[in-house]
Design a protein around this ligand. Structure first.
Ligand code: SF4
Length: 152
């Protein structure tokens, strides 16, 4: 079993009500090999919702209480992002996935690269809140781009 960001399987859980469908991942879902998660929905955020970015640092600093996840209007959504990360970790622990595929660049799901908090489409190094918590707990977490090389 693998754990996958729900938007990559075609679920309309993205901030703008859309999805990030990757057909090979949807195929794996249909074969019963995937469990889907959307950390932002699990944290209690609505869909559609205002896009968020991590103001400085990355998911690591958010989990340490040193940074925040905010909207462009400076609304603080940190608590919901942390709740979503914890709920996702609980699910991961319960199914013990071989690996986890998360949507790149997201403030929740991004692995190694995320948007930089300026809402200008600029990237910085670091992972999103959920990705960071999963990595910290020893799970193998990759982006959908890395997964493309594994799943054909
Ligand atoms: S939180 Fe993750 S699963 Fe949910 S829409 Fe954002 S990138 Fe996709």
């Amino acid at each position: 079993m693998i754990l996958v960001s729900a938007c990559l399987c075609g679920v309309n859980c993205k901030y703008n009500g859309g999805n990030n469908l990757k057909k090979p991942l949807k195929k794996l879902l249909e074969q019963g090999k995937v469990m889907m998660v959307c950390p932002e929905q699990l944290g209690g955020l609505e869909t559609p919702r205002k896009p968020c970015e991590i103001s400085f640092g990355s998911g690591k600093e958010v989990l340490q209480g040193k940074s925040k996840v905010i909207t462009k209007e400076n609304i603080d959504c940190t608590e919901k992002f942390i709740k979503g990360a914890e709920e996702t970790l609980n699910i991961a622990k319960s199914i013990n996935p071989e690996y986890i595929i998360l949507k790149s660049k997201s403030p929740s799901c991004g692995v190694s690269k995320i948007y930089d908090g300026t809402f200008t489409g600029t990237l910085k190094n670091g992972s999103g809140v959920t990705a960071e918590l999963l990595l910290k707990n020893g799970f193998k977490v990759i982006t959908e781009e890395e997964a493309e090389r594994l799943i054909k």
